[in-house]
Design a protein around this ligand. Structure first.
Ligand SMILES: [Zn+2]
Length: 313
């Protein structure tokens, strides 16, 4: 049993790795519930990053309730089991991954471009067969800095529609992903405008905040209700879409922001200097620029995303 200290100082016991890492279908960490009746295949993934624990709790709660799926199929996946197994309260900021970022490997698992023999690549290859044919994929994450829950929906309009059907979260971000590699939600067919399956990545809030646990639970409850019970879940708050117009990829080992920008901060004026990447100045492209997920210092490395600029649409 892992117990961690949350942002508010309270202690939280997390689901045991042995429990979530079990299986009822033969692949560690994968749980499959099939109604036998026609209906959508809903896949909910958590723990792509080993210290993003809100989703683990939300899916574990579902597991413990032994879901009776009325129609279609439900797959729950606890993804980076090894990073999670190494998590403890003293190092909980460090246990995001074992060898590499599990949410950048989804474009190089098979075919001519396949490469990598890391824990994460091997693990992704185990997970893919269970989620690849999902009609609806919801991927639960959390963030380093304080922020409201964000729904990342990629570029395809169908995924904005998915977020609207779930009715949550209130802030949706349309973005093209990362130069460093393909996310699960961007993988074929989820990211393809012409294919029916839909996906959303929910950044539930700050990693160890009570709010993130609540947001993960809300996301899961709504997803199950809409797609497996056939009960609509109207939004609790109006949803708005922020479109990412530019992802700033770090080029040097000397990237720094001009100040400690909060996630989703709005910078009023175009051309405002927000950071420097060695000699290069990083300025806002337009008025009312949203700073989407500015990277914390440990993630400011060449090739990684420093920040994304967004505009409300
Ligand atoms: Zn994550």
């Amino acid at each position: 049993m892992i117990t961690i200290t949350l942002e508010d100082g309270t202690r939280q016991s997390l689901p045991p790795v042995d429990a979530v890492g079990g299986s009822n279908c033969g692949t560690a960490g994968i749980w499959r519930f099939d109604s036998g009746a026609p209906g959508p295949h809903v896949a909910i993934t958590a723990l792509i990053h080993g210290n993003e624990v809100c989703g683990v709790q939300a899916l574990y709660d579902v597991l413990q309730a032994a879901p009776a799926v009325a129609r279609g199929r439900l797959t729950l996946a606890f993804c980076n089991l090894e990073a999670y197994a190494r998590l403890d309260d003293a190092n909980k900021d460090e246990r995001r991954l074992v060898d590499e970022d599990l949410n950048r490997v989804w474009g190089r698992l098979e075919g001519p471009g396949a490469n990598g023999d890391t824990y994460e690549v091997r693990r992704a290859r185990e997970i893919v067969p269970w989620v690849q044919d999902a009609d609806v994929l919801v991927d639960l994450h959390s963030m380093t800095g304080a922020a409201p829950a964000l729904g990342l929906v990629g570029l395809a309009a169908k995924n904005v529609e998915l977020a609207r059907r779930i009715g949550y979260p209130a802030l949706l971000v349309r973005d093209a992903g990362h130069a460093a590699g393909l996310r699960l939600i961007d993988r074929h067919p989820f990211g393809d405008a012409g294919a029916a399956p839909t996906a959303m990545l929910v950044e539930c809030g700050q990693h160890f905040s009570r709010e993130a646990f609540d947001a993960a639970k809300e996301t899961v409850a709504r997803t199950l209700s809409v797609f497996l019970d056939g009960k609509p879940t109207p939004p609790a708050a109006p949803q708005s879409v922020i479109e990412v117009v530019e992802a700033v990829t770090i080029r040097t080992g000397a990237f720094e922001f001009t100040q400690d920008w909060p996630n989703m901060a709005v910078v009023p004026k175009a051309g405002t200097l927000v950071g420097r990447d060695g000699e290069r100045e990083v300025r806002t492209p337009h008025d009312e620029t949203y700073l989407v997920m500015p990277a914390s210092p440990r993630f400011r490395k060449p090739g990684l995303t420093a920040v994304r600029f967004g505009r409300r649409v």
